[in-house]
Design a protein around this ligand. Structure first.
Ligand code: ARG
Length: 272
């Protein structure tokens, strides 16, 4: 075979390989989903960015040395380890977390965030990694007669909530006749109750317990569930590959006891 003919053949082989790979990358939706998934991209760049609001003990807060600590922080680092990447945290106000995720500033949200059907129209959630409730921190002076959320649904009653949280939504739903005071910081909502300016603070159980410990004389807790709160990791829409991978990691951690160990480390009880 002459040299020209051999070169011609080689060229044909190269051309058909190029064409084949181009076709493979086009219109193959399954491959595209994986190619564009947050999990694969984080793996490629060696870093996973988690948005959180660190004012929610024991899930995420800043300790005396200004370090980010808590259940979600540990869980995020364990997920980073499974992926072989470093985890970076982006701190933002709770109401800015979903915009930060949707706007691409973070890969995931881990912030004691309840997976609600309404939020799930904007972002996607993994399976829950923890289950809890919302309940009431009640003022001992103003609300001595209050036994349940129904007792608060009256003109003259004041309910403090943290803006944009599930406690806020539940207060509007259950107590349309009460005055609802929204605060940006959960400490401010707790202080309203401790100082007798509000009858109650409606929020997640583990936080409410913490605030009751901080104000044992002026507050009490009513632990009757007002709403059920499954905490889950939020991901941008259109990324089923990341959700599937994260669900597998969570299930594995549940089965091998790592999740249980984390609950115990933070004194948490998963109520399902
Ligand atoms: N679980 C509640 C919600 O999703 C409150 C979460 C507050 N989390 C935080 N890191 N501040 O609305």
């Amino acid at each position: 075979m002459g040299i020209l003919r051999r070169m011609h053949r080689a060229l044909l082989v190269v051309l058909s390989l190029v064409l084949l790979s181009a076709c493979g990358g086009q219109g193959n939706e399954a491959t595209d989903l994986w190619e564009n998934s947050v999990i694969r991209l984080a793996n490629e760049r060696g870093k996973l960015i988690i948005a959180t609001e660190p004012t929610f003990r024991p899930f995420e807060w800043k300790n005396e040395s200004d370090e980010l600590v808590g259940f979600d922080i540990d869980l995020a680092r364990m997920i980073g380890k499974e992926l072989g990447v470093e985890v970076e945290f982006l701190s933002a106000a709770f109401t800015s977390l979903i915009p930060a995720l949707v706007g691409g500033k973070a890969d995931l949200i881990m912030s004691g965030m309840t997976a609600t059907t309404e939020r799930a129209l904007t972002v996607s959630y993994t399976d829950p990694y923890f289950h809890t409730i919302t309940c009431l921190l009640v003022s001992t002076s103003r609300a001595a007669d209050v036994r349940s959320i129904a007792d608060l649904n009256k003109a003259g009653r004041v309910i403090a909530v943290k803006e944009g949280t599930t406690g806020h939504f539940a207060a509007k739903r259950h107590c349309p006749n009460a005055k609802i005071v929204t605060t940006e910081l959960e400490n401010d909502a707790a202080n309203e109750v401790a100082q007798g300016k509000a009858d109650a603070f409606l929020y997640d159980l583990w936080s409410i317990r913490q605030h009751n410990k901080n104000h044992p004389d002026t507050t009490r807790v009513i632990t009757t569930p007002v709403s059920r709160e499954p905490y889950a990791i939020a991901c941008r829409k259109g990324d089923p590959e990341s959700i599937a991978w994260l669900n597998l990691v969570l299930r594995t951690m549940r089965l091998d006891g790592r999740l249980q160990e984390l609950y115990e480390k933070y004194g948490l009880e998963d109520v399902r």
